[in-house]
Design a protein around this ligand. Structure first.
Ligand SMILES: *Cc1c(COP(=O)(O)O)cnc(C)c1O
Length: 375
């Protein structure tokens, strides 16, 4: 917890649950990422946390933006981004939305299928397009495989067809999976990208851009490699596969840019046992899967959760407050909380700056969307 967040919670004593987010941490992350990958252009993945305060801070720092919808494009523009610095990176877009993005000045688009390429040709003529290729998602706690991307053979055919449709094929993209804990996972995708570059060159199509996607992790319960280690591994893989004909690169950090900048404060609503000899307490919080903690699905993302109380701890099952049995946060993962924990205590759910506020339901069971303070 940063000093500024601790001070805010102390002074303001906000109603819980709430996210308190330190914008200075985003600035540190941005600078860290720029230092680790000085040659890459940074496109912040807006979906990780689209708060205007974050987008404005990043726009001022010179960040560009990866967007997935017209609404996200408008948010980036409102934060001060120029349309030339916005990528429409979703491979699943309505044609009418592509037309709107084009009218707003966006000229960089992702695709992974012929039908999507045809939509782009119809309403975004002359734009630069990149093809997303499939990755396995190995090593990632929140894989994005299968749904996005096509195989390299299809990517080759589609990129080859782009000029005939009035589009400029500029390169390829991939995403190695979110919360990717292995910096070496960029290697395979880069090998494939380099092969594609060479084969298309033979056909007179010169690709110049590799979009390295997101995947940079946040430290949750487990340690993760440093940002610098990702920079080294990716630069080495680029050199290995592209030699001295290095492409331009884009990175799209979402989680890695904002995850560690926020903390959710929650209150213990109930502590109970299911039978007299139950050896695990159930601890029910005022936030759960529907209040913003959707990434606890399958216990994939394991946030550090802390109490101010001292003394011996005991295993707990953590659950949310709604009347849905899916609203259990952690049952298999070994979470421990002090035996002295009491109803009404506040807990800190750490590293919750990414993929929380916008995952919160509007009013399931009457619970209001997650309140957030950007300081
Ligand atoms: C979600 C997403 C990102 C961000 O991924 P993180 O793992 O949060 O860094 C980047 N690029 C695209 C295309 C995405 O969909």
């Amino acid at each position: 917890m940063t000093h500024r967040i601790a001070q805010f919670l102390e002074d303001r004593r906000p109603a819980t649950p709430c996210l308190v987010f330190d914008l200075d941490v985003v600035e540190e992350n941005y600078n860290d990422i720029s230092r680790a990958m000085p040659d890459a252009l940074i496109y912040y993945a807006v979906k990780a946390n689209p708060a205007p305060e974050i987008l404005e801070r990043l726009a001022r720092l010179g960040s560009r933006f990866d967007t997935a919808s017209v609404a996200e494009i408008r948010m980036a523009l409102a934060a001060g981004a120029r349309p030339e610095h916005i990528s429409f990176g979703n491979t699943i877009k309505k044609q009418v939305d592509i037309a709107t993005a084009y009218a707003l000045g966006v000229r960089l688009y992702a695709f992974d299928s012929e039908a999507e390429l045809n939509k782009l040709a119809a309403v975004a003529p002359g734009s630069q397009v990149f093809c997303r290729i499939l990755t396995s998602g190995v090593g990632a706690d929140w894989p994005l495989s299968r749904k996005f991307g096509c195989d390299v053979a299809m990517a080759e055919l589609l990129l080859k067809a782009a000029p005939g449709k009035g589009l400029t094929p500029i390169g390829v993209s991939f995403h190695v999976g979110s919360q990717q804990r292995d910096p070496e996972q960029w290697d395979i995708a880069l090998a494939e990208a380099a092969g594609l570059f060479r084969r298309l060159e033979v056909d007179g199509i010169h690709l110049s851009l590799v979009n390295l996607g997101g995947g940079f992790p946040t430290k949750y319960r487990r340690d993760v490699p440093t940002t610098a280690a990702y920079g080294v591994a990716i630069r080495e893989a680029l050199a290995r596969h592209f030699g001295n004909r290095l492409p331009e690169t884009i990175i799209e950090p979402g989680r890695g840019m904002v995850g560690n900048a926020g903390i959710i404060q929650t209150e213990v609503v109930l502590i109970s046992r299911k039978s007299a000899n139950d050896n695990r307490r159930w601890v029910f919080l005022d936030i759960g899967k529907f209040g913003g903690l959707a990434e606890t699905m399958d216990e994939a993302i394991q946030y550090p959760i802390t109490s101010d109380r001292q003394g011996p701890t005991e295993a707990v099952i953590l659950a949310g407050p709604t009347c849905d049995s899916a609203d259990v946060l952690y049952e298999k993962a070994d979470y421990q909380l002090p035996l002295s924990l009491e109803i009404g205590d506040k807990l800190a759910i750490k590293a919750t700056g990414a993929y929380t506020t916008t995952y919160s339901a509007v009013a399931f069971n009457g619970f209001q969307p997650l309140e957030a303070y950007y300081i």
